[in-house]
Ligand binder design. Structure first.
Ligand SMILES: *[C@@H]1O[C@H](CO)[C@@H](O)[C@H](O)[C@H]1NC(C)=O
Ligand SMILES: *[C@@H]1O[C@H](CO)[C@@H](O)[C@H](O)[C@H]1NC(C)=O
Ligand SMILES: *[C@@H]1O[C@H](CO)[C@@H](O)[C@H](O)[C@H]1NC(C)=O
Length: 818
């Protein structure tokens, strides 16, 4: 709500769906069917909350903790795409090891009693290089991706069948007692279908039939596909789901929302665009009540890291860090906690929502009550205020105050247990602490990448080759080289290079003369430079780099990258004889691995840094269990490896409009590290200063809570099973603070019971005349030295009422330390 509407719309394109269900027992599975109201699991209708966690964007060592935090956050299930190009990098050679171990990931979900949704695609988009397609698919003769094309359909069916049979062999479908309750085929095809003319609808029919024919025993979904053939369920993606979803294409199909929402993914050169948790909660509640929604998936619940070169064009290495679980797997507050409360509040209303009748009563111009009455007389109400101002309404003869743009949830049609705009969860502050410095030049060694000239190259063509078809995703780099003979030296020749993306560095006779790059919105660019040419032969070497392959749009197989036109002094040299080299020598020798690093001669680091340089050092891991990241703020553009594991591309030099790098910290998962002697290799394409990088630990160091005396206690502490909401059980409002596991409250930074100014988001918090002098003592006694603490928000607890006629609150901020 704090963002312009256009930006908000942009976030909500389409995504996938994921389902999970909280297991009542450890036994899973059984039949999964559906009707017009919801999915039906073992005969029971369900309202399900699900969250996207993509297995290759974290490590197997992180999975159990991520899944358990998702479960604690009130999710019923986990959704993941399947990443074809990760599993079949070369045709017919499959890899399901390490981060690719899909079966292990699903089994971990099962072990924790959650449901799983498997979005096979196999086109996935997902800001993943080439939308998940292996690049070898590009070279299959006659292929047209995602269309009624025999070559494509053959490979799509082969891969889909392979994944389904792996799941079946491991007994992972709910029909076999496993956790998978839904599978997805294709992905947001409705967005490109028109471009394929009559080939579109016939492909959709084929895809649906092919998928259903695989007999998983659980339903299939297609997202953003209004004409999904029966029995495949069409699902909604996008901001409109709460307001504009046209609904399922049959009265017998449930309304499922497979959305984008916690954030919008970020690309290099862009500022982060945050979305408030109040806005997320409002839209989720609206979908449930106004669209009979029964399944909502958060995209992403944990975004994680785009390791290696897996990010799509221009996408940051860090993926959806502002999600409820941040990139490192730490709980992000208040996002995680506010949604947990929302899930619990909606679950309190399950019975009337699923089995009751709905009435919409107008309470004002922009205020409505959605009232659900179950057969047993149970009543649940949702009071919506879509106005930008607070509204006072009367519902069932009782007055209620509704905050702007919010929904209040009344599981008994009387008591408000939750309001989407009132965040009562604590706020956390994350901080980075430098633990290892790399400022001694004696500890670094460098290897200068050779600049190849025409004579060094083995691939020749009388034209400019497409980079995607030539490099085949084996490297980000393709050298374009040629010779130019000059009769006389020229001090100011005009070199013009037009590229389809994404970056170019021009070298003349081994000297860097210019660099340029495009952006996500416009990957094409022209570099114009005045250059010096000598008499006789000049070697011109143009290093073109892609920053991930495109991941979306119709006819992906036709997309290209790399140089398209090269001119010197107006002469078009595009059809000259060009020599090509795919990749860098250091990549070919894998000098970033402990074994490969001995294959070249490294030199001492001295003097100024030069372009296209490899840097190598070793370090000991910081003690403790906190997440670790490399602060690469002093570097330019390249890739980083720890013990041979790529932690992804960095691009610090591409600044946002505000002048800051889009990403400074690069996650190093704990499993990449050993206690001592870790090998760190940086491949720097521009210039950078390795002496100023650091290895930092990341932890939540502050917790802050703000509770009004009139607030209700958190809904999650209510007795959900018995659904009793009497005043006495609600008791005193409480302020609860949690420091991360293994850390405790080390200092009370601020405490005031009364009318403090500011809140958890304000930098300055101050006391006013209405302030209990015992505030700090009470909080110290309750919290100091503890991991969790809770303080009643009542005057009696603080000795006396500091201002008897005023509304009072408790505002506390504490320092956490391990
Ligand atoms: C929505 O999610 C999909 C992932 O399925 C992603 O490819 C797409 O870019 C996202 N759209 C937006 C606007 O975030
Ligand atoms: C280069 O060759 C292509 C294909 O033969 C031709 O279409 C194009 O006009 C040529 N460009 C120049 C500048 O000669
Ligand atoms: C907390 O400390 C214990 C004992 O030192 C350790 O086993 C555990 O992994 C730690 N937990 C976290 C979350 O750091």
């Amino acid at each position: 709500m704090t963002l312009p509407a256009k930006v908000v719309m942009g976030w909500w394109r389409c995504s996938l769906a994921l389902f999970f269900v909280v297991a009542l027992a450890t036994v899973h599975g059984g039949s999964v069917t559906y009707d017009g109201r919801s999915l039906i699991i073992n005969g029971q209708h369900k309202i399900l909350f699900s969250g996207s966690i993509h297995y290759p964007r974290s490590t197997p060592e992180m999975w159990p903790d991520l899944i358990s935090k998702a479960k604690e956050g009130g999710l019923d299930g986990i959704e993941s795409y399947v990443f074809w190009n990760l599993h079949e990098p070369k045709q017919g050679q499959f890899d399901f090891s390490g981060r690719r171990d899909l079966v292990r990931f699903i089994k971990e979900i099962q072990a924790q009693g959650l449901y799983a949704t498997l979005r096979i695609g196999p086109f996935i988009e997902s800001e993943w290089t080439y939308g998940g397609f292996p690049v070898w698919l590009h070279d299959v003769p006659g292929i047209v991706f995602r269309s009624d094309n025999e070559a494509f359909k053959y490979h799509m069916q082969r891969f889909t069948s392979k994944i389904v049979s792996m799941m079946k062999s491991a007994k992972l479908y709910a029909s076999q007692g496993g956790p998978i309750i839904l599978s997805q085929i294709e992905n947001e095809y409705g967005m490109v279908e028109k471009a394929y003319h009559e080939g579109g609808p016939s492909y959709v029919r084929w895809a649906a039939e092919m998928a259903v024919g695989l007999q998983t025993g659980v339903p299939w979904i297609m997202c953003k596909q209004d004409d999904a053939p029966d029995p495949v369920i069409n699902t909604c993606n996008g901001l409109e789901c709460g307001k504009r979803f046209m609904g399922p294409n049959s009265p017998n199909k449930p309304a499922l929302w497979t959305e984008n929402w916690t954030f919008r993914y970020q690309t290099f050169g862009e500022e982060a665009q945050l979305r408030s948790v109040e806005n997320i909660a409002y839209n989720v509640a609206l979908f449930i009540i106004a669209k009979k929604g029964s399944y909502v998936n958060y995209y992403m619940y944990h975004g994680g890291t785009n390791f290696d070169r897996t990010a799509s064009a221009f996408t940051l290495t860090s993926y959806y860090d502002p999600a409820p679980l941040d990139e490192y797997g730490l709980i992000r507050q208040p996002t995680w906690g506010h949604l947990k409360e929302l899930h619990a509040a909606i679950k309190l209303c399950s019975e009337p929502l699923l089995y009751g009748t709905q009435n919409v009563i107008s309470l004002g111009n922009l205020q409505n009550a959605y009232v659900f009455r179950g057969s047993s007389g149970k009543c649940a109400a949702f009071l919506e205020n879509s106005a930008g101002q607070e509204a006072r309404v009367i519902f069932h003869n009782v007055p209620y105050t509704l905050p702007p743009n919010s929904i209040s949830i009344l599981p008994d049609c009387k008591n408000v247990v939750f309001n989407t705009a009132k965040v009562s969860t604590q706020y956390n502050t994350r901080s980075m602490t430098p633990r290892v410095k790399f400022d001694s030049s004696a500890k670094w060694e460098v290897y200068k990448e050779a600049i190849p000239n025409f004579h060094d190259t083995s691939i020749r063509a009388n034209k400019l080759l497409d980079q995607i078809g030539t490099a085949k995703d084996t490297s980000d780099y393709l050298w374009y080289t040629f010779r130019l003979n000059q009769n006389s030296p020229s001090l100011k020749s005009a070199l013009s290079v037009y590229s389809h993306g994404h970056v170019v560095h021009a070298y003349i006779n081994g000297v860097l003369v210019g660099s340029a790059h495009g952006t996500l919105k416009d990957p094409t660019f022209t570099m114009e430079n005045n250059v010096n040419l000598r008499r006789g032969e000049n070697s011109i070497s143009l290093l073109s780099a892609t920053v991930g392959l495109p991941d979306s749009g119709a006819y992906l197989e036709r997309r290209d990258a790399g140089l398209r036109r090269v001119q010197v002094d107006g002469r078009d040299l595009s059809n000259y004889t060009w020599g090509y080299q795919v990749g860098l020598l250091g990549e070919k020798l894998q000098i970033f691995t402990p074994l490969g690093s001995s294959k070249v001669r490294w030199e001492k680091l001295r003097g100024s840094t030069q372009s296209l340089t490899w840097y190598k050092t070793t370090f000991d891991a910081p003690a403790g269990n906190n997440p670790v990241a490399l602060n690469l703020g002093s570097m330019g553009k390249g890739e980083a490896w720890i013990n041979g594991n790529s932690i992804g591309r960095y691009w610090v030099s591409f600044r946002t409009p505000k002048g800051t790098p889009s990403q400074t910290w690069y996650h190093v998962p704990g499993s990449f590290l050993k206690p001592t002697g870790n090998l760190l290799v940086l491949q720097e394409e521009e210039s950078g200063n390795p002496l100023q990088i650091s290895l930092d630990t990341i932890s939540v160091t502050k917790a802050c809570g703000y509770v009004l005396k009139s607030y209700l206690p958190p809904v999650t502490s209510w007795r959900v099973e018995t659904r009793k909401y009497t005043k006495s059980q609600r008791g005193t409002p409480k302020l609860q603070l949690n420091c991360p596991a293994n850390s405790t409250v080390s200092r009370i930074l601020f405490a005031s019971y009364g009318q403090p100014t500011g809140n958890c988001l304000s930098e300055y918090k101050t006391i006013t005349r209405c302030h209990s002098p015992n505030s700090k003592a009470v909080v110290t006694k309750a919290c100091l030295g503890k991991t969790r603490c809770s303080i009643g928000v009542r005057s009696k607890i603080f000795g006396a009422d500091p201002c008897p006629n005023g509304q009072k609150a408790l505002l506390v901020e504490v320092q956490c330390a391990s």
